[in-house]
Design a protein around this ligand. Structure first.
Ligand code: PMP
Length: 369
């Protein structure tokens, strides 16, 4: 089946192979007589789905043994509260604000921490640059330092995570990796907690992935809801309350799809990362080599996943989007807070989709320049 190319920022395209497998197993999972949505989360069928998904993710992202993998609910925005509820000790927390999502996180933490500081901000550049780590004003004794490692709206990405110790901070680093999780490797030696909603690179909305270092468990504030206390969730294998079973199953199929990926002698995440680099380069080159389109993000921190771009003549926006839809290039409209266009090139977007977009952009330019 020839599906259109879907550039949505999330919920986003899911690999066709994953959707086909889910469809085939919808009414009867592996001869159990039940669909996955109908199973008890404590039955042997679902436990096997859960254990496989966890093991596959651990292998794919090389998550060290001293980190727990938690499958939670509430999305990235709930984690903006759940993280300070678990880690803030009601003290100071430091934020590196690099776009809309870290801005939201910083504001939410004000409710739980005694101080939610902005240690650095890309605000002055309109969030088109990342403040250099050497300029961050980290506080002594902060409970944690938060950053969003890929800003979905502004299109800036940390291509290297900071080494906080070398910056004079002993605090654990918390990263919101919602919109580039599983698109590249993670340097776990620099991370205390990583969280992300599933609806971009891992499957459908409703599942939140949290990867937390063991020594950070057991520090929740007394007001932290039990179902959101990382220690309780970890002790109960993410089944303190009913987990998002369908989301875990779909993420598990996606992990298996990821493990099957091959590119230039590489497999798994390394393979998908190579492909993601090639896809992003293709689109950025097309934008940069044109007088018609523009991307304002500094070259060293451009996101591979979310590429906002503008038509220099914005009066042509609607015509551009209509033409794109007619070609089967869907959901290219930019986020309402920045306008213009945005192409999200998550793992499920094949290179051919980006080629089709670039071809359409050239033709539109030739017609209207
Ligand atoms: N963080 C980032 C980086 C995001 O892209 C999003 C959603 N687009 C969120 C947080 C919020 O996630 P949710 O809507 O799942 O709460």
């Amino acid at each position: 089946m020839n599906r259109p190319y879907n550039f949505s920022a999330g919920p986003a395209a899911i690999p066709a192979e994953v959707l086909e497998q889910a469809a085939a197993e919808m009414l009867d999972w592996h001869g159990s007589g039940m669909g996955v949505m109908e199973m008890s989360h404590r039955g042997k069928e679902f436990i096997s789905i859960y254990e496989q998904a966890e093991a596959d993710l651990r292998e794919l992202l090389a998550v060290p043994a001293n980190f727990k993998i938690l499958f939670m609910q509430g999305g990235g925005l709930a984690e903006n509260a759940i993280v300070p509820l678990n880690l803030s000790r009601a003290a100071t927390v430091d934020f590196v604000v690099t776009g809309g999502w870290s801005q939201k996180s910083q504001k939410e933490a004000l409710k739980y921490a005694s101080e939610s500081r902005i240690a650095a901000s890309g605000h002055e550049s309109g969030f088109t640059t990342l403040p250099a780590p050497s300029t961050w004003q980290l506080s002594k004794g902060a409970s944690y330092v938060h950053l969003c490692s890929n800003e979905t709206i502004h299109g800036v990405e940390f291509h290297e995570l900071p080494d906080l110790q070398s910056l004079g901070s002993d605090a654990p680093l918390v990263i919101d990796f919602s919109s580039h999780v599983a698109s590249r490797g993670v340097d776990w030696s620099r991370v205390g907690v990583a969280f992300g909603g599933a609806q971009k690179n891992l499957g459908p909305a409703g599942l939140t992935l949290v990867v937390v270092r063991e020594d950070l468990l057991g520090h929740a504030l007394p007001i932290c809801p039990s179902a959101f206390d990382y220690k309780i969730v970890a002790e109960n294998q993410s089944m303190y309350n009913t987990p998002p079973t369908w989301g875990i199953y779909m993420a598990g199929l996606t992990f298996q799809w990821l493990k099957r990926q091959r590119e230039g002698g590489l497999t798994g995440i390394a393979a998908i990362e190579q492909r993601n680099i090639a896809k992003a380069e293709l689109l950025y080159n097309a934008i940069d080599n044109s007088q018609f389109y523009v991307n304002k993000v500094a070259v060293n921190c451009r996101s591979r996943m979310n590429i906002p771009f503008f038509l220099r003549d914005e009066s042509r926006n609607e015509a551009f989007l209509t033409g794109a839809r007619e070609r089967g290039l869907l959901q290219l409209k930019g986020h309402k807070s920045v306008g213009g266009m945005r192409a999200s090139l998550y793992n499920a977007m094949p290179l051919e989709g980006v080629q089709a977009l670039v071809t359409y952009m050239r033709e539109f330019e030739q017609k209207h320049a």
